[in-house]
Design a protein around this ligand. Structure first.
Ligand SMILES: *Cc1c(COP(=O)(O)O)cnc(C)c1O
Length: 386
């Protein structure tokens, strides 16, 4: 039995207590300048995050969803264009596509990586040559990289733009065999979206997001779109949005960014420990990582047939957990009009019933990982006997 408060799914308090002095100093700096929206603190973050992602440009915006939406808009994706993505993602991926006027079509995921299946993608492209497909939006789900060489090659063959949904993939890397080097998440496609929602690997104390790109025209366009379409005050070049990153959030992100690499390393160590502790557990599938993916373990997700039973057991043992995601997007009420039905994406559907996200955060202790594993083994052994 676990003593005290138990083990949370995620810990958003400890990092802010650890960095409290630096955070307060940075926030005070903003309070004393009175520049709350945009300004040098935001620009400093944009430069640092572009460097972190190995891209030429980074444009701070109000959320990951804005980042996805603005990236598509800036690249000219709009009314009637088809964008291919996965049903196994957070709803924001599809909101962005729909809200620029484009049409999302789904590609099922790979049963090992849970990310866009390149076989399914190839088949779709071969059999839908009459559709106005303009872009691909692979999602590096849980911080695990998609097979970007394959995706990029198909994009080139069919003349499509690639937008990475890197909202869970800060600091993840992909080994490109084609280029014979590691590439950072967010540096591979036409543009990429990041979210700084508090629970992400780099989280603000509120909302925030960014687009990274090597394309100057896209960066310039997004700087206008996020700011009511203006290139100077009250001169509106395009119809835009109020979608800026505010200076207090940027100040917080400036303090936290230097720790991101270390935090990701700690997550990877925790994942390794889970892998070791769970490798012999009956009927528990641990995450699979190809040698070409260096994931940031935003989430550590296992698979198990009696997922709901296991989650209940963990809750009773005071262990937090999560479901990412319990309802595939093609079966959401909001997506009903797209005309999909149960059975259309069997792998995503199977996953949605079997996946369970275990406690994962950089400060998680070895003893906590052991306690989670113990509770899990206890449950799975009871299941096997019974
Ligand atoms: C978090 C997330 C988003 C949206 O980011 P927000 O900052 O919450 O708008 C988009 N896609 C994925 C895969 C996400 O995890």
């Amino acid at each position: 039995m676990i003593q005290g408060k138990g083990i949370p799914f995620v810990d958003l308090i400890t990092p802010h207590v650890e960095l409290q002095e630096e955070l307060l100093t940075a926030m005070k700096g903003v309070l004393t300048t009175g520049m709350f929206v945009g300004g040098p603190v935001v620009e400093e973050f944009e430069r640092s995050f572009a460097r972190f992602c190995d891209t030429k440009y980074c444009v701070g915006v109000a959320s990951g969803t804005d980042a996805l939406r603005f990236a598509l808009m800036a690249a000219g994706i709009g009314k009637g264009d088809v964008v291919l993505t996965v049903p196994n993602t957070f709803v924001a991926t599809v909101e962005a596509i729909v809200q620029v006027g484009a049409i999302p079509r789904f590609i099922d995921v790979d049963p090992q990586t849970y990310n866009m299946s390149t076989d399914a993608l190839r088949t779709y492209l071969q059999s839908h040559s009459s559709e106005p497909i303009k872009a691909l939006m692979p999602v590096h789900l849980y911080g695990q990289m998609c097979e970007m060489d394959e995706i990029t090659a198909l994009a080139e063959k069919y003349n499509l733009m690639v937008f990475e949904d890197a909202c869970q993939a800060h600091g993840s890397r992909y080994f490109s065999k084609k280029l014979n080097r590691w590439q950072s998440a967010g540096s591979i496609g036409k543009a990429a979206a990041f979210s700084f929602y508090p629970g992400k690997n780099l989280g603000a104390c509120g909302e925030g997001g960014a687009v990274t790109t090597n394309d100057e025209a896209i960066a310039t366009q997004i700087r206008m779109i996020r700011d009511h379409g203006q290139n100077k005050k009250y001169h509106h070049m395009v119809e835009g949005y109020n979608g800026r990153l505010d200076a207090l959030q940027a100040a917080i992100l400036n303090v936290k960014l230097p720790f991101l690499k270390e935090w990701n390393t700690k997550r990877r160590e925790a994942a390794k420990t889970y892998n070791r502790l769970l490798k012999d557990a009956d009927r528990v599938g641990i995450p699979m990582e190809h040698d070409w993916s260096f994931g940031n373990y935003h989430l550590y997700v296992i698979r198990t047939p009696d997922r709901d039973g296991l989650q209940k057991h963990l809750t009773e043992s005071k262990i937090g957990s999560g479901l990412h995601y319990p309802v595939p997007l093609h079966l959401q009420k909001a997506c009903e009009y797209m005309g999909y039905k149960a059975g259309d994406f069997p792998i995503t559907e199977k996953l949605s019933n079997e996946i369970l996200s275990l406690p994962m955060f950089p400060q998680i202790q070895e003893v906590q990982l052991e306690q989670v594993a113990e509770a899990l083994l206890q449950f799975s052994s009871v299941q096997t006997v019974g």
